[in-house]
Design a protein around this ligand. Structure first.
Ligand code: ADP
Ligand code: MG
Length: 245
């Protein structure tokens, strides 16, 4: 493949904290993500999922702890130096740029040649199955197609890590199921490492290799879907996952 993601062995959060004034939005979050994993960050609204993702991406400074990519400390780097791919709930596309320009934007910023940009964007378009749509503006696309553009834009820069924050919550139920399968397919085809934020238990259970359950800024449990299902570590994990008995 033309798109070859940067490789590494693990991303490690070491007692990451983030305060907003008196509020401890994240408290001593420690977590190791291995290359190739699909990790879901799961928990109710306000538990700190987006804060965690934004700290990893560099959009938000941590107030304590450190983030490592193998032996390199990254929490001190600017977002563009970390080079992680981000996908947001609201797509965050440039409305005045067409699909091809939106996807190629990050490569252009990085000063890549036109031929390289064309090749990589073509492959990204194929990967997200948007061939034939490349000259349209975002406003001419459906929500699902816009999210495909956002995914293509995130992966075309060949990031070591793909970060997605509730990417499907603006879509209707049918499209949400379709795009869920697409996101896992793209992850597998690329051999990506993905951290996927959701408040939807079903989404986490069906997508993830491992689920991190967050509550009030604290990691409650980390495990494969089966482990969480069979042995929730805390009553509120069982409760939140809907495993009441
Ligand atoms: P989630 O994504 O799980 O819904 P967030 O990470 O957005 O939760 O928020 C975690 C907590 O931090 C919430 O109590 C939220 O109100 C608070 N918070 C998030 N961002 C800010 C901010 N920029 N300023 C103040 N408080 C914030
Ligand atoms: Mg959020």
């Amino acid at each position: 493949m033309t798109i070859a993601l940067s490789q590494f062995d693990e991303v490690r959060l070491d007692r990451v904290s983030r305060d907003f004034g008196a509020l401890n939005a994240l408290r001593d979050v420690s977590l190791t993500i291995r290359r190739g994993e699909f990790i879901a960050l799961l928990g109710p609204s306000g538990c700190g999922k987006s804060t965690t993702l934004n700290c990893i991406a560099g959009l938000l400074p941590v107030t304590g702890g450190a983030i490592w990519l193998d032996k390199n400390r990254v929490d001190t780097l600017r977002p563009e130096e970390r080079g992680f791919g981000m996908v947001f709930q609201n797509y965050a596309l440039f409305p005045h740029l067409n699909v091809r320009q939106n996807i190629g934007f990050g490569l252009k910023m990085r000063g890549r040649s036109k031929s390289e940009i064309d090749r990589k964007v073509d492959e990204a378009l194929n990967l997200v199955r948007l061939q034939g749509q490349e000259n349209k503006l975002p406003g001419q696309l459906s929500g699902g197609q816009q999210q495909r553009v956002a995914i293509a834009r995130a992966i075309v820069i060949e990031p070591p890590l793909v970060l997605m924050d509730e990417p499907l919550s603006n879509l209707d139920a049918k499209l949400r199921l379709e795009m869920r399968a697409e996101i896992r397919r793209i992850h597998n085809e690329l051999g990506a490492t993905t951290i996927y934020v959701t408040h939807d238990q079903d989404e986490a259970l069906s997508l993830a290799d491992r689920i991190v359950v967050l509550r009030d800024g604290v990691v409650r449990q980390v495990g494969a879907p089966k482990e969480l299902y069979e042995a929730p570590a805390h009553f509120d994990v069982a409760d939140f996952m809907g495993f009441r008995n």
